[in-house]
Design a protein around this ligand. Structure first.
Ligand code: PPE
Length: 313
């Protein structure tokens, strides 16, 4: 991975190689952690974090759902992240806040172990590759079902839950596909291993509802807003597996992946990215990079010393 100079750890900026944790940290053993994936983009007005407050709010909610008391407020983490971006001299980067139960005690009910919080910011290219972003990726429906609300909390972005995503992604990759799409325990389309999913049929954009064990994606939410503003009919509804094969267009959305067209599902070809996918993708790119006036409120601009603003890509 690409690294940066500093990592914010429990209130201090420490050198990248020194951001360490004890091997008996609770989160390492039981997956008791929550995290976020956020992106910062180079814009004409300097680095801007996309929907920063929404991501930090989700972090707080994920923590609350798993009974983890965050020792920092969202505003403190927001300011820490701005400082980290400045001090690392970054303009576009991926931001990974993580809060986990640390070292102090093992056992499942170790409320006396502290909650450690870190924020890292480092360069990270689009998750499924430039080629995938342009021409679409090949997806496979996983043999693993997505986690269910009956045993975990799909709405929370918790570290331990990602074993499910790791299984699905590993299986799909080993079989020669780019990404996995998971069904929920009822066999309905849920989401990708690290993305939400959208299906376009007869001019209508559809995406699975909250009840389909999805993460309430911030990119998903932004795409719903963009599609609505562009005048496309959009529906949150249950999606059958076969609809992935019968769709006119399928695409995935996520912070790391941004918006990625799917050109094939389970060896059923969907073809090159369709028109709706391309139009929504272009508008999302404008929003991310601060080129869409109507979505400027989604950007949290980082104050940097004048002279350090590099021209936006
Ligand atoms: N579902 C899952 C399971 C998921 O992990 C993500 C984000 C999404 C949907 C989309 O959510 P949002 O980023 O708010 O639009 N996945 C993050 C982690 C990916 C990783 O491999 O790590 C991300 O995109 O940052």
């Amino acid at each position: 991975m690409e690294t940066a100079e500093l990592i914010w750890q429990n209130g201090e900026l420490v050198p990248w190689d020194e951001a360490k944790t004890h091997v008996l940290s609770h989160g390492l053993h039981y997956g008791t952690g929550v995290f976020e994936g956020i992106r910062c983009y180079a814009t004409e007005r300097g680095p801007a974090v996309f929907r920063h407050r929404e991501h930090l709010e989700r972090l707080e909610k994920s923590a609350e759902l798993y009974y983890l008391k965050l020792p920092f407020t969202a505003e403190e983490l927001r300011e820490a992240t701005h400082e980290l971006i400045r001090r690392n001299g970054l303009d576009s980067c991926y931001i990974r806040p993580l809060a986990y139960r640390g070292y102090g005690n093992l056992g499942l009910y170790a409320t006396d172990a502290p909650i450690d919080v870190v924020v890292a910011a480092f360069p990270w290219g689009v998750y499924l590759g430039e080629e995938g972003t342009r021409h679409g990726i090949r997806a496979r429906v996983s043999s693993w079902r997505g986690i269910s609300g009956e045993s975990l909390i799909p709405h929370a972005k918790a570290t331990g839950q990602y074993l499910n995503s790791v299984l699905a992604k590993t299986e799909a990759t080993a079989a020669g596909y780019d990404e996995a799409i998971l069904l929920d325990t009822h066999g309905r389309v849920s989401e990708g291993s690290g993305e939400n999913v959208f299906v376009v049929r007869d001019g209508v954009i559809c995406t699975p509802p909250h009840t389909a064990a999805i993460l309430d994606g911030i990119t998903r939410n932004s795409v719903v807003q963009i599609a609505t503003d562009l005048g496309y009919p959009i529906e949150e509804r249950d999606i059958a597996r076969a609809e992935l094969y019968l769709a006119d267009e399928v695409f995935l959305t996520g912070t790391a992946a941004e918006l990625v067209p799917v050109r094939e599902v389970d060896d059923h070809p969907l073809g090159e990215p369709g028109e709706i996918t391309r139009v929504v993708q272009a508008k999302l790119q404008d929003a991310l990079h601060g080129r869409a006036e109507e979505y400027l409120e989604w950007l949290d601009f980082v104050e940097v010393p004048t002279g350090r603003i590099t021209p936006a890509a």
